[in-house]
Design a protein around this ligand. Sequence first.
Ligand code: GLA
Length: 746
Amino acid sequence: MAIIVNSSETTFHLCNGEISYLFAVLPNRQLGQLYFGKRIREREDFSYLIETRARPMSSCVFDTDKRFSMEHLRQEYPVFGTSDYRMPAVEVVQENGSRISELCYDGYRIEAGKPKLPGLPATYTEDGAEAETLVIMLRDKVSGLLAELSYTIFSEGGILARSVRFVNEGKKDLKLTTAMSLCLDLPDSDYEWMQFSGAWARERYPKLRKLEQGIQSVGSLRGNSSHNHNPFVILKRPGADESRGEAIGFSLVYSGNFLAQAEVDTYDTTRMLLGIHPAAFEWKLEPGETFQAPEAVMVYTDQGLNHLSQTFHRLYQKRLARGYWRDRPRPILINNWEATYFDFTEERLVEIAKTAQESGVELFVLDDGWFGKRSSEHAGLGDWIANPERLKHGITGLADRIEALGMKFGLWFEPEMVNRDSDLYREHPDWILQTPERHACHGRFQYVLDFSRKEVVDRIYDMMAKILSGAKVSYIKWDMNRSITECYSAALPADRQGEVYHRYILGVYDLYERLTSQFPHVLFESCASGGGRFDPGMLYYAPQGWTSDDSDAVERIKIQYGTSYCYPISGMGSHVSVTPNHQVNRNTPLYTRANAAYFGTFGYELDLNALTEEEQAEVKEQIAFMKENRGLFQFGVFYRLQSPFTHNSSAWMVVSQDKKKAIVGWYRTLNGINLPYTRIRLQGLDPDMEYQIQGDPASHYGDELMNLGLITTDTSSGQAEGEEKMCQDFESRLYILSAAGEGAQR
Ligand code: GLA
């Protein structure tokens, strides 16, 4: 890894074994982007890459030159209005009303490792040798705005982490109205744009389309990163697929409003922007004040989408997630939500926990309904005190009973919300986000607390810390069940109302930071009506997130498949629930529900007492199997093999770091009859290693399994004879591979 600055300090080359990132100081002192892609060798002068051409209708910068127009140059951190007509990375309104600035190069510094971003989640290094950071200073001399662009190159992986910090060094107030974290101008537009979109209970479906001239974007203006679109997009070459070809992934480490946008201009260059959504954003900078934009991570690969995803997985698993649970296999849990909803007593909970414990479950999670007057969606949020009518011994008593069974205890909170019917709201009606004299909309009968105010965050912290200090709580499910409306803070002046969305998220991060550092052994799982805030920002505080409220196996395979493009398996909360499924009313076999949930943190969202004896025995086996293999599932190298979005059957697999073990998950939605022969080509194995597949007397070399494929042909029901297993709808299978001689896994 190196950051090479040429002798005239006009070219910067960040590189490691995989990638090169190049930019230069242009003749007008603004920055020009030269290259991002596979590693190229260093040369002293890359200025030939700055293409200036005289073109009709161009607006030109220099009085005596018809060739130099910002409209035709690829840039590093562009502004609007000084001959470039594309969407800018930054816009700052000055006291005279002007929105034009010229951010000119004014020096650099290089730091070992990666500095922290104050108050914001970000990737990190554990020692200085893992990465180097280049900070470029750009100054606008008229307004006094300083923009510090940070670029971190890691020693391994095609990763570049970027962020921007602004300082008002002038004497007058400034107002940032656009402050993107990343701009990447690419020399052509021969890309497909892949976004991850959906809605509640069907989050992160991959959508692919050709980039075209004009603007294509996804974003969120909901205050949370949202179920609808994820702050992650991929630009891939048309021929690229899971195992080959070029692609660039763009991921924003942020949980609030965002915009990911590609603008293809008339010359077919592509401008990629990623950052806080400029709509509904303004940030006032008084003289001396600073603003830190969130981090954006770019990953380049020339080895296909699985490789791209694996790079993100490794980075986010090891250098974004933090703390005690980062590298630890996750406890197998049981959550009472779908078992009881709001209808439970302490005895009922203990009954659920007891059977779960006997089956091998390690953690019992009490979901919504334990606090204040919470017996429905209408009341209680904000009053984080156990309801004595339901829990006569409080949380402390219940946690003790659960621990006495030999399990850990976990608890649900929705810290950011309040019901009007709550003591907190009655005491502080002005603590919600609401615009004066306007109606405040509700979501699920609840209102959003104004987390831009420190006293609000302090109060919630005190209530939560009291519970956590007074009871044996090992896990928290942190939920967030509505988006923001009428965004306005009673505590901020008129000219700072554009800051509320971002200040709100800073408040959320602050509470997470305080709780995770005060209670470092507690495992946090983030949740937002399932996957409404499933983003890298959350992963920094909570190493796992509830992937979706949809717990049906068939739906979950799609959701987890889409989620895996950016996020690691260890980050995906996944449970087995009852049939008929509560979201889609579908009946799937118990083994298929488990076969989907193994590729995640694993747990149960049901009352095991309601299962038959046979099913209970099957659950015991599932748990024993997961305990043996969770290290592999959660921390192995993950490959997508066949997409459930394009096929009736789908597959994925995990491979251990030493390639001696692998598990393939194969799933088929609808059964068929007299079906064709089928094989699935595996990936990531050692071609020379001989593998034993559990239940198959023959062994196979890695090269066979990866090139000829694993035979998945089966016999449909109606066709089966003798001993053969009858297949059904929603069929699934696990293939468990071990290096010959290493012994089968079960
Ligand atoms: C959200 C969560 C669910 C559950 C309920 C409780 O919908 O996503 O898992 O916790 O809230 O109200």
